[in-house]
Design a protein around this ligand. Structure first.
Ligand SMILES: *[C@@H]1O[C@H](CO)[C@@H](O)[C@H](O)[C@H]1NC(C)=O
Ligand SMILES: *[C@@H]1O[C@H](CO)[C@@H](O)[C@H](O)[C@H]1NC(C)=O
Ligand SMILES: O=C(O)CCC(=O)C(=O)O
Length: 262
């Protein structure tokens, strides 16, 4: 090996190792959220559920977490901090405030987002003042990356998938809202999910964060108003049916992608 190649190999080794451990995105443990809650949603091994079982038992009736359905090792590597910054640092990303109805959008260079905005969220922040990177992706610029993502194979009849990609700090998330069915997968980090059926609208303030709902509202909920919930990790996908209310809380600095079936 020539002298010129050595630093490159060392860098690859360092970043390769870090890819196993959060892709270079993970923060010190005191900046992560520890409470994963419990999981009262079915968690199934992808290989133990056929597409037909998925349609019959879950697609139109309840959420499910599926493990090991796809192998996104390569996509995960391409989503390491080093790899994304090398490719996209000067590209613009569109951020939205993390409230339920009237949100504001802000465009920033990806590098600035990573350096300045990708931080743990303060407990007293308002959702309407918190900028969240999720969706509004420029599919022309990010096509090469998304081409490497292997979405969950179980689709619904007459639908196709549309991606929303995001990266967000610990303590951030989206407050309760609903829309069509889809999947959520974390590439790095952990994401805690809360869900309610369509006919059970939860009590929440549209401008408050999920974090404030978890710490202030959730502990006082009567038993019959408790949500379905589960924390998902890399290698797991959560399926949410049509019009189910849902809110998310990133426990770590997380990289994630949703596939909306419409
Ligand atoms: C997406 O990126 C392309 C190529 O840089 C650019 O021409 C286009 O305006 C962008 N689209 C949006 C909606 O920002
Ligand atoms: C939520 O925040 C937005 C933007 O600041 C504001 O226009 C709206 O009135 C707020 N809604 C409530 C219910 O406080
Ligand atoms: O990943 C998130 O934080 C938000 C996901 C979400 O709300 C969705 O997929 O609809």
């Amino acid at each position: 090996m020539g002298n010129k190649a050595a630093p490159f190999v060392v860098l690859c080794l360092i970043y390769g190792l870090r890819a196993e451990d959060g892709g270079g995105w993970s923060l010190p443990s005191d900046l992560r959220l520890e409470d994963e809650g419990f999981c009262n949603i079915d968690v199934l091994d992808g290989s133990s559920l056929s597409h037909q079982d998925f349609i019959d038992r879950y697609a139109f009736s309840r959420p499910v977490v599926l493990r090991g359905l796809t192998d996104n090792t390569k996509f995960r590597f391409l989503c390491s901090k080093w790899s994304l910054l090398a490719e996209y640092s000067s590209r613009t990303v569109r951020l939205s405030t993390a409230n339920t109805y009237s949100y504001r959008k802000v465009d920033v260079p990806f590098q600035e987002f990573v350096d300045e905005l990708l931080k743990p969220q303060a407990a007293d922040a308002l959702g309407s003042e918190t900028l969240y990177f999720f969706g509004d992706n420029n599919f022309t610029e990010w096509q090469e990356l998304f081409d490497q993502y292997e979405p969950p194979p179980y689709v619904l009849p007459h639908t196709s998938g549309a991606y929303s990609f995001g990266i967000a700090g610990p303590g951030t998330g989206v407050p309760f809202h609903w829309h069509g069915p889809g999947y959520s997968e974390v590439i790095y980090g952990r994401k805690r999910w809360f869900l309610f059926p369509p006919d059970h609208e939860p009590h929440f303030h549209p401008n408050r964060t999920t974090l404030s709902w978890v710490t202030e509202t959730y502990p006082n909920l009567p038993e019959d108003e408790a949500p379905l919930e589960c924390t998902i990790r890399p290698g797991e996908v959560l399926y949410f049916p049509d019009r189910w209310w849902h809110a998310t809380l990133n426990l770590d600095l997380s990289v994630f992608i949703s596939t909306f079936l419409g």
